[in-house]
Design a binder for this molecule. Sequence first.
Ligand SMILES: Cc1cc2nc3c(=O)[nH]c(=O)nc-3n(C[C@H](O)[C@H](O)[C@H](O)COP(=O)(O)OP(=O)(O)OC[C@H]3O[C@@H](n4cnc5c(N)ncnc54)[C@H](O)[C@@H]3O)c2cc1C
Length: 408
Amino acid sequence: MQYVIIGNGIAGVNAAEAIRRMDPDGRILMIGDEPLLPYCRPMISMVLEGSVPLAKLPIRPASFYDDCKIEPILGNRVTGLDVDAGRVDVNGKRVAYDKLLIAAGADPRPIRAEGLGLGNIAYMRTEAHVRRMLAALDGGARRALVLGGGLVGFKAAYGLMCRGLAVTMLIRSGYPLSMQVDAFAGGMILDTLTAHGLDVRVDIAAEVFEGKDTVEAARLSDGSRLDCDLVVIGKGVLPALDFVPRDRIEVDLGLVVDLFLQTSAPNVYAAGDAAESIDVARQTRWVNAIWPEAAAQGKVAGINMAGRTVPYERSLSRNVIRIFDLDVMTAGVVDPQMITGTEVITRFDPATRRYRQLVFQEDRLVGMTLVNAIEQGGVLMALIQNRIPVAGRRERLLAPGFNYRAVA
Ligand SMILES: Cc1cc2nc3c(=O)[nH]c(=O)nc-3n(C[C@H](O)[C@H](O)[C@H](O)COP(=O)(O)OP(=O)(O)OC[C@H]3O[C@@H](n4cnc5c(N)ncnc54)[C@H](O)[C@@H]3O)c2cc1C
């Protein structure tokens, strides 16, 4: 059996390990365009922040590929896929597969602006990107402009603030992390960030970057000009599927997979940021581009590829984020308008700045946003992920101290 895995991120790595455990003799080829050991992508923001050194990023030892008998083809991007012939194109060569996993992750969403080729302008997705930012810091960068207030834009801004830079963030919605938290929690986050000096501007885009070799200023859509010597682009991601023939394999935003993480093409599976599976809270297809999803999906895809049929039914968006003195934990539906028939309950204590929003649909909890009230967050998440009907008065879940037995 010849297994080919595209992507050496966490989804690809967990798939390869699962396959190897079940099939000691099959041939596994892993193709990845980053010529590195697998590393913890979320931690690049901690490297930027200065709390973790670059050397701590790898998640597997140097012997990983040998230990698992994986043949790595690194530093090369897959450019074509022929699902009828069962082969992929890489570096001018054709590589045949019996089973293929597409775990290619996501690429940063590109932006349009003049002067993007100047130095000190970086996306934030890879180790190489963060190295570029560190070089800009070493070169004396002091004023940063961050485009985007989603998870990546926020983490870039936060990291640079921790480094002492003056940071301006351009966002489209009225508050940062609008996909992760509800509007009230978003307001709390915005207040905290601005109190720590972040300059946030809403509904303004960068149109032109100016400078000689490196960026020196940005011209913005409101006609203003902003001095900056580092620009980070964090406007979201798109599944990295350039090589996928969309007439032969179903793609929505991500590669559409069934319960067994198989795509519409025979013997082709997908996992991680590249895959679109059924989200338990929304009960619809969704790309949950987060680390624990990629890890779990990779493992289950690998098991299915190696011949044991195991369903994956637990896809859920979730996050835990620390923002200065705010602890934020979210899962599932944070904007109740996103689905029909919701009931929302909230509690905010201004003295302690503890906040909870819980979103119900019929008798199920489908979403939570917790700020500084994250104890029992695991219990609430288990209720969402396992679709456990909630009995009794729902308001009890807003108070600290409830336990699982009392509600389920
Ligand atoms: C700055 C940042 C902060 C984050 N913070 C969090 C967080 O706090 N919590 C959280 O849960 N998640 C976070 N994430 C998201 C998390 O990192 C991803 O969900 C996870 O890494 C996805 O894993 P993956 O294996 O699907 O894809 P990836 O990690 O993207 O790995 C895919 C690999 O495939 C390679 N590849 C792509 N196309 C090709 C091709 N055609 N040929 C060959 N190789 C290819 C890519 O270069 C990459 O190396 C963060 C991400 C970033 C960038």
